[in-house]
Design a protein around this ligand. Structure first.
Ligand code: UD1
Length: 417
């Protein structure tokens, strides 16, 4: 297993290019299961989660081929309907096969994902929605066993905004008979991206990106080509890297609108941000002001940026209150940031972050994807060396992070542990 070693203290300068969004490519890959044929997906990031999803599709009989940043998914040989535990447990997003399998094959055997590093992550909304579309679902031996004749359009109102359940329902509903209306749908850019891809396949989806999505079922879908949208969480992570190091960096190939909530917070902290059509320039400064923040569904502040933002607040002047409204226990980065000298207290779903003049390098452990990113950011300004172990978490969602940070002037190395 590798670890990342960072020698802190460099102001980052230069340009960094953003790759395609992990959370957009994963459902697009499973949407390919809705038809037989070869779909070509461009701007696909080289990430462990994408490889894992490739394995899930291969288990189902698909052929998945990466060339450069293009992924070919050939579903003509699909011969299974099972997503096994050993793959699902390494990546919860494997649940995205449920809707497409039920819609295309009328059956699915998908392992229940279980919890994750920051507590329970139920899939009840996915299950309920599939039932409302007419599927018969049971839980047995840790698996969701689903059977369905022809799915039937329904009106489904989610009790909370869920990206995954909205995506799964959209995929299942586009081959159902009649019309499906999803109420309280997730509005994330990745939902719009998935709807665009499905519409290219021949689906009839309207309203993606709003609270109400309407899907008119069609008999047949066909393979399609699609270019993945830029990763807004990678974008945000490099924005914080610029801010925390008092650097001056230009982030390219991104969508500034997708990180609006973060941009507004950084401006409040005193960071200068200039946005172009597809680029963001971040000019940090030594003295950062603290602000409070609450995570919320899009267009609110992304929970996937909470840990990274907390690293910034740890060295911002004043106290900051950070509340997590999506995943209430998502604080596994806190004990590690404390080991680096941060002053953070947790009360229920809220972190009280005090000011420290400096963080100090320490051996720390990556506990999940975004928590690891927070440790990398903290390491960039810590005194001395920070050794981050279990970097496979980082590799799930950040392509070549050590090379990209290195190009910006950081002293970052990946070494075998
Ligand atoms: C997706 C993202 C993840 C991000 C999260 C919230 C992917 C692959 N992952 O995860 O990076 O942090 O959105 O923006 O895109 N919930 C239920 N029951 C369900 C489903 C969800 O109670 O069946 C709850 C969750 O526990 C959470 C909230 O709904 O409190 C939102 O979760 P959801 O949007 O579904 O997250 P994911 O799709 O799993």
């Amino acid at each position: 297993m590798d670890k990342i070693v960072i020698k802190g203290g460099r102001r980052l300068k230069g340009k960094v290019k953003i790759v395609g969004a992990k959370n957009a490519v994963l459902p697009v890959m499973t949407a390919c299961l809705l038809c037989r044929g070869v779909s070509v997906i461009e701007n696909v990031p080289r990430l462990r989660d994408v490889t894992t999803m490739g394995k899930v599709l291969e288990r189902l009989g698909a052929r998945v081929k990466f060339e450069g940043d293009t992924l070919q998914v050939d579903t003509s040989g699909i011969n299974s309907h099972e997503a096994p535990y050993e793959l699902v447990r390494t990546m919860r997003a494997s649940i995205y096969v449920l809707g497409p399998l039920l819609a295309a094959q009328g059956k699915a055997r998908v392992s229940l994902p279980g919890g994750c590093a920051w507590g329970p992550r139920p899939v009840d909304l996915h299950i309920r929605a599939m039932r409302e579309l007419g599927a018969d679902l049971e839980i047995e031996h840790g698996y969701i066993l689903g059977k369905a004749g022809k799915l039937k359009g329904a009106t489904i109102r989610f009790s909370m905004s869920s990206v995954g359940a909205t995506a799964n329902t959209m995929m299942a509903a586009c081959r159902a008979s009649g019309t499906t209306v999803i109420g309280n749908a997730a509005k994330e850019p990745e939902i719009i991206a998935l709807a665009e891809f499905l519409n290219r396949m021949g689906a009839r989806i309207k309203g993606a990106g709003t609270e109400t999505i309407e899907i008119e079922g069609v008999r047949k879908l066909s393979a399609a080509d699609y270019r993945i949208i830029p990763d807004r969480i990678e974008t945000g992570t490099y924005m914080v890297a610029g801010a925390i190091t008092a650097g001056d960096i230009q982030i390219e190939d991104c969508v500034p609108e997708h990180v609006d909530a973060l941009t507004r917070k950084l401006i409040q902290c005193g960071i200068k941000i200039e946005t172009g059509k597809h680029s963001i320039r971040v000019k940090g400064k030594r003295r950062i002001d603290s602000v409070d923040m609450v995570t919320a569904p899009y267009p609110g502040f992304a929970t996937d940026m909470q840990a990274q933002f907390m690293a910034l607040m740890a060295v911002a002047r004043g106290n900051s209150i950070i509340s997590e409204s999506i995943f209430k226990d998502r604080f596994s980065h806190v004990p590690e940031l404390r080991r680096m000298g941060a002053k953070i207290k947790i009360e229920a779903n809220t972190a009280h972050v005090g000011y420290v003049r400096r963080l100090s390098g320490a051996p720390v452990m990556a506990t999940d994807l975004r928590a690891s990113a927070a440790l990398v950011l903290a390491g960039l300004i810590a005194d001395g060396e920070t050794h981050i172990s279990r970097v496979y978490h980082i590799d799930r969602g950040y392509e070549a992070i050590e090379r990209k940070l290195g190009n910006l002037g950081a002293r970052v190395e990946r070494v075998p542990e």
